[in-house]
Design a protein. Structure first.
Length: 461
């Protein structure tokens, strides 16, 4: 008996563990039956060995199976009563009605954009143009370079990124492209450094491919440069222009030291330049890729924050020395429909994209200023924040007597959804204060003062 792995909320190891546990409890697997070897099962399911080992270790720990040295894993004899045979999944099933989430008026917890300012008229016009030249064949899809050509021009003009169409990989969202990248680099890169606090989804994604992921502390000016210089790794994941979640921006002198570290260690830097389009007081610093003379930077960008998250279009700029290695895997990234690519290419070609960026830069600057103005009226000994004029979020440090979970619950009661800061740390720590990530992108400007006041009230009962 072998399980079927589904893509969902449950981890792969959890699915394997639950499959064999349920098989034993329902007596589909009998006492003394042998489980498949972890190497064979991992190969059959196409997962890492550690995924199966973790599931088997859980089964051994709970007494469902035993490990006989040099022989393998065997099912233990378990005395089961009829009332114990119900599947845990069935027993804990939630009625359909209760699954419906309570609608919360203000979401400050996820990357949401101001949809009221989306250029619907211009997008519809480009969609109609794209329909006039719709592709029906695989070959036309694969040979269409129009979006890549527009991206090459845009990235060089706004971020100084040097690339060719051949180096650009376009896919359905940054997370799916990072998954692809983790798969492609898994044989030549094993040791990885991640910002701490940082983007937990990326960390978990690379852990799925058995990368050795280690945290590197984020300070006021980005990652700890001295700690980096003492550490050897094959990969370094950074959000240098607007660190997620703290908002820190890495100054140019530190960027040069990071590039020097990568060159000396023959390492790659994954530069995630999300939110780079929005900086409210000063111009953007050059991207790491623009400063890189040794081709050690893998540049990642997305249209989610600046246009719309539901578009699901992101891109990676691959260094030249990796082009040969990725050829056999490029087909796995062909996930953005031809129609979407063509519409977006036309949207950029006719100047609507740059016009939209200018407009939204003004909209989000007003929202950012409204947030800062309100936060500055609150007691400094109770609430502190990063005054970094960029991006669509602000990292709050709240000095309250109640717990983080209580703050999140009370904020929800006030109609505000926020993200707890503890989830961004490599190891969840007990802090002396509560940390909250406040995403303001989708909150109406005239509601921001009211929302922050309600959040403050939730933090201090």
């Amino acid at each position: 008996m072998i399980p079927v792995i589904h893509h969902g909320k449950k981890s792969r190891y959890q699915q394997v563990y639950e499959f064999y546990r349920e098989a034993i409890l329902s007596q589909k697997l009998h006492a003394n039956e042998k489980l498949p070897s972890y190497r064979w099962l991992a190969a059959e399911l196409g997962v890492a060995n550690n995924t199966i080992i973790q599931a088997y270790e859980q089964l051994v720990a709970e007494g469902y199976v035993r490990n006989e040295q040099r022989r393998g894993l065997f099912v233990n004899k378990i005395a089961i009563r009829d009332w114990q045979l119900h599947s845990m999944t069935e027993a804990t099933a939630i009625p359909a009605e209760s699954k419906r989430k309570k609608k919360i008026p203000f979401s400050a917890s996820v990357h949401l954009v101001d949809q009221g300012n989306f250029p619907v008229k211009q997008w519809r016009k480009c969609s109609n143009w794209a329909l006039d030249n719709i592709s029906f064949q695989y070959e036309e899809y694969e040979n269409d370079e129009s979006l890549k050509e527009q991206l090459v021009k845009y990235l060089y003009k706004y971020r100084g990124v040097k690339t060719t169409s051949a180096q650009l990989i376009i896919g359905s969202g940054a997370s799916s492209l990072m998954f692809w990248l983790a798969f492609v680099l898994r044989k030549q890169c094993r040791r990885m450094l991640m910002e701490d606090p940082g983007y937990a989804r990326i960390k978990n994604l690379f852990l799925e491919f058995d990368y050795q992921v280690k945290p590197i502390t984020v300070q006021d000016n980005g990652i700890d440069i001295m700690a980096l210089k003492k550490t050897k790794a094959d990969l370094l994941y950074l959000t240098p222009s607007h660190q997620y979640p703290t908002g820190a921006a890495i100054p140019v002198n530190h960027r040069l030291q990071i590039l020097d570290w990568a060159k000396r260690n023959n390492a790659f830097i994954i530069e995630d330049d999300f939110d780079c389009e929005f900086r409210y007081k000063t111009k953007l610093m050059p991207s790491l890729q623009a400063l890189d003379g040794a081709n050690n930077v893998i540049y990642v960008g997305t249209f989610s924050s600046a246009l719309m998250p539901s578009l699901r279009v992101a891109y990676i700029v691959i260094p030249p020395q990796l082009l040969t290695e990725i050829q056999s895997f490029k087909h796995l990234t062909n996930t953005v429909p031809f129609f979407t690519r063509k519409t977006l290419a036309l949207f950029m070609e006719h100047g609507y994209w740059e016009s939209h960026l200018r407009k939204m830069g003004k909209v989000y600057r007003l929202k950012y200023e409204a947030c800062i103005a309100k936060l500055k009226t609150l007691p400094k000994q109770r609430i502190r924040f990063n005054d970094t004029p960029s991006g669509l979020n602000i990292f709050l440090k709240i000095f309250t007597t109640i717990s983080e979970s209580e703050v999140v619950r009370r904020a929800a009661d006030q109609g505000i959804l926020v993200t707890p800061g503890s989830q961004f740390y490599h190891v969840r720590q007990k802090l002396k204060h509560v940390e909250i990530l406040f995403e303001f992108g989708s909150i109406p400007t005239d509601e921001i003062e009211h929302v922050i006041q309600k959040l403050y009230k939730a933090c201090f009962p």
